[in-house]
Ligand binder design. Structure first.
Ligand code: NAD
Length: 425
């Protein structure tokens, strides 16, 4: 343990976790943060004071966060050398302190790192990627009624075609794997696969699907969403995506029998009328879902889906309400959670104090909700809403809003802080 960590532990307390995978949060928790690369330091400098001011005003000074910096990405490489962008200490501290927040990390071009973000998710078993998508009045959006969108996407984070199990076309491994597959296909009388093909493997397990759907249902119940939609491509991929759907319904029926009803039952028993305190479990085929989210977004609340569908759907939904620069994200496991801006490190704007810090600020809002600090979360949402209504925005939005007052990244954060103080008076 470093001396700085001892300092953090003198001032603050560690967040514990209960048996249901929920944090038990003290009044002065230690929260590790990673500034991130490129524009990461710019947005962190704007966001952190917003978090502190919101917590101070929401709880009259009784609660505060003890921030603890962790090194990752280029900052870690400067200290530990080019081969070490993710030091062991960083993994250990996120696991030890339980809840952490990060800016974007640049994917190193060389050195065999697929992505630092993927490494963090896999090592810490952060199996649920959570992406809330809501509209803020005044933010330019490409659809007629962006205000009808209020969804939270739970994307499975550990398997599906994203597990990285693939072999290059023509490689010895690919040919060996294909030979085994072709033997099976021949036995069942199916058409064989060309031995020149590249191969990728799609796996889905009941354990991983269940824990994702379980979290999605819990979130819907705790945050007042009326439905959980299982989005899959089970009509084509019956044993993977189809199983995801079936397992999802089983979790609802088996673990939440009193609090859930299927869409079919809702029509049979209640003529489709939503029942109080009961959430509807439904499923949609992925391609139809993209249409329905555009055409009838008000019909969806929480969405639970495998990795690939979730990747596409999260970005499409974010675009619907005004773009990725605003979308927050979280990666959650049963023993720790990492909240993060969803955009990249935008290196061409690094150090210019220009970019929009909203994605990181809204990730902090999700972190507060997760910690049960709902008042601080609501205060930031109100203040951010007011800031947009005042048309005080960074360059990316200013160029799309008539009469906008363009401010720097830090100034945008200060404007939110002023609105927090004004609301709290
Ligand atoms: P990017 O999101 O960094 O940038 C694309 C463009 O989006 C920028 O040029 C800028 O115009 C705009 N943009 C991004 N964030 C913005 C903000 N906060 N405010 C205003 N405009 C913003 O995507 P990229 O260029 O593909 O990736 C750069 C690096 O980031 C790569 O190394 C990539 O691997 C990494 N990356 C990291 C994460 C993460 O840490 N979660 C996510 C995506 C990409």
């Amino acid at each position: 343990m470093t001396s700085e960590m001892n300092e953090a532990e003198k001032a603050g307390k560690i967040i514990e976790w209960d048996a249901d995978g929920r944090p038990v949060v003290p009044e002065n928790p230690i929260i590790p943060y990673i500034e991130g690369d490129g524009t990461g330091p710019d947005i962190w400098a704007a966001a952190q004071p917003v978090f502190d001011v919101a917590v101070y005003h929401a709880y009259g000074g009784k609660r505060s966060i003890i921030w603890h910096e962790l090194l990752a990405g280029e900052k870690a490489q400067r200290v530990y050398g080019p081969d070490n962008p993710l030091p062991e200490q960083t993994f250990e501290d996120i696991a030890r302190y339980g809840v952490a927040i990060k800016g974007p990390l640049t994917t190193p071009v060389a050195g065999g790192f697929r992505s630092l973000n993927v490494a963090l998710r896999q090592r810490l078993d952060l199996y649920a990627c959570v992406r809330p998508v809501r509209y803020f009045p005044g933010v330019p959006a490409p659809v007629v009624h962006p205000e009808k969108v209020d969804v939270v996407i739970f994307r499975e984070n550990t398997e599906d075609v994203y597990a990285g199990i693939e072999w290059e076309a023509g490689s010895r491994d690919a040919i060996e794997v294909l030979a085994v597959i072709n033997k099976k296909l021949k036995d069942s009388g199916s058409q064989l696969v060309s031995l020149e093909s590249a191969v990728g493997v799609k796996t889905m397990s009941e354990f991983n699907s269940n824990r994702l759907v379980r979290r999605a249902i819990q979130y819907a119940l705790e945050n007042g969403y009326p439905s959980v939609t299982l989005v899959h491509k089970g009509n084509i991929m019956k044993y993977t995506e189809g199983a995801f759907r079936d397992w999802g319904y089983q979790v609802a029926r088996g673990e939440f029998p009193e609090q859930t009803i299927t869409e079919v039952e809702l029509y049979e028993k209640f003529n489709g009328q939503i029942q109080p305190a009961v959430i509807v479990i439904k499923d949609r085929i992925a391609d139809a879902m993209f249409q329905q989210l555009l055409l009838r977004p008000e019909e969806f609340g929480v969405i639970a889906t495998p990795n690939l569908n979730g990747d596409y759907l999260s970005d499409a939904a974010a675009a619907q309400v005004g773009g990725l620069g605003m979308a927050p994200g979280a990666n959650i496991g049963d023993r720790c959670a990492l909240f993060e801006a969803t955009h990249g490190s935008a290196p061409k704007y690094a150090g210019q104090d220009r970019v929009n810090p909203s994605s990181l600020i809204l990730s902090g809002v999700e972190m507060f909700r997760f910690m049960g600090w709902v008042e601080a979360a609501e205060l930031i949402i109100k203040a951010l809403t007011q800031t947009f209504a005042q048309r005080t925005v960074t360059y990316d939005l200013a160029r799309q809003i008539e009469g906008a007052q363009e401010v720097k990244c830090l100034e945008f954060g200060v404007a939110i802080q002023e609105n927090i103080r004004r609301i709290s008076r």
